[in-house]
Design a protein around this ligand. Structure first.
Ligand SMILES: NC(=O)c1ccc[n+]([C@@H]2O[C@H](COP(=O)([O-])OP(=O)(O)OC[C@H]3O[C@@H](n4cnc5c(N)ncnc54)[C@H](OP(=O)(O)O)[C@@H]3O)[C@@H](O)[C@H]2O)c1
Length: 255
């Protein structure tokens, strides 16, 4: 018997990076996974294959979290697929992970950058969660992904971090409003992690890895494997009394 046997999790942005690792770790604990991608269908198919190799079911769906008008159709597809492949119309765990980053000083941040971030990092998770609620089983879990940058401040991330701070407040409201359904809502806030999101920054600036390592108590930049298990834990029965919390997984950045 595994922790998450008979559970179904929807992980947005699980074609690669942190979302993929979260999906794998949830599947290792026995969950079936609804994988989503924005444009990388090939990578999403690879995630599905890796989950199937673990003995779990998985399906991949296209979803642009920046396009709130598409969410009704997306959840109609999810419902139909759940009925066809799982003989249920509901799932148990929602992980709002998909996202982008932008590095622009406040003085130079364009309205386009801001609107993109607000749509993908704040409005998207808000309305995905709203539309998911009728399909989420009572006793379920919502896990939203924030960032260490919502606690500490590094120049150039003002707009990005503002959205994530919004997600943290949103999560507390979810926890409060969904308690009567025994649904918990929590935030995982990773520190700097070496994924595609930071690849260019890390590759173009060899000093950056040294700097990030030096401000991290554990002395290195994070990897996706540092995060996936935290999400799997929050989804588990052992985490049932953790609610409305922000768990930072940063190796101790800027303590
Ligand atoms: N990496 C870090 O240091 C770090 C630290 C703290 C927090 N975070 C947060 O963790 C989350 C995942 O980051 P990551 O590092 O894993 O990023 P990543 O490696 O760039 O992967 C991004 C994922 O999100 C999907 N995605 C991007 N834009 C999307 C959109 N408009 N609609 C739907 N899906 C979209 C991508 O799909 P495609 O493959 O189809 O493009 C991909 O699956 C983000 O919310 C990020 O803000 C990251």
């Amino acid at each position: 018997m595994k922790n998450l046997d008979n559970k179904i999790a929807l992980v947005t942005g699980s074609s690669r990076g942190l979302g993929k690792e979260m999906a794998i770790r949830l599947a290792q604990q026995g969950a079936d996974i609804l994988v989503t991608y924005n444009s990388n269908s090939t990578l999403a198919d690879e995630t599905v294959k890796e989950i199937e190799a673990l003995g779990q079911k998985a399906l991949a769906f296209q979803l642009n979290v920046g396009d709130a008008h598409s969410f009704d159709t997306f959840f109609l597809n999810i419902k139909t697929s759940l009925e066809q492949h799982w003989n249920t119309s509901k799932f148990d765990i929602l992980v709002n992970n998909a996202g982008i980053i932008a590095h622009e000083m406040v003085a130079e941040t364009s309205e386009t950058t801001f609107d993109n971030l607000v749509n993908i990092q704040l409005k998207g998770p808000f309305f995905i969660t709203q539309k998911a609620l009728p399909l989420l089983n009572d006793g379920g879990r919502i896990i939203n992904i924030s960032t260490g940058l919502a606690r500490f401040s590094l120049p150039g991330y003002g707009a990005y971090a503002s959205m994530k701070a919004g997600i943290e407040a949103f999560t507390r409201y979810l926890a409060k409003e969904l308690g009567s359904r025994q649904i918990t809502a929590n935030v995982v806030a990773p520190g700097a992690i070496n994924t595609d999101m930071n690849k260019d920054a890390l590759e173009n600036n060899p000093e950056l890895e040294k700097i990030l390592s030096s401000v991290t108590a554990l002395g290195r930049v994070g990897v996706a494997k540092d995060i996936g298990g935290v999400v799997a834990f929050l989804a588990s029965e052992d985490a049932r009394w953790i609610n409305g919390q922000r768990i930072e997984a940063s190796g101790g950045m800027f303590l």
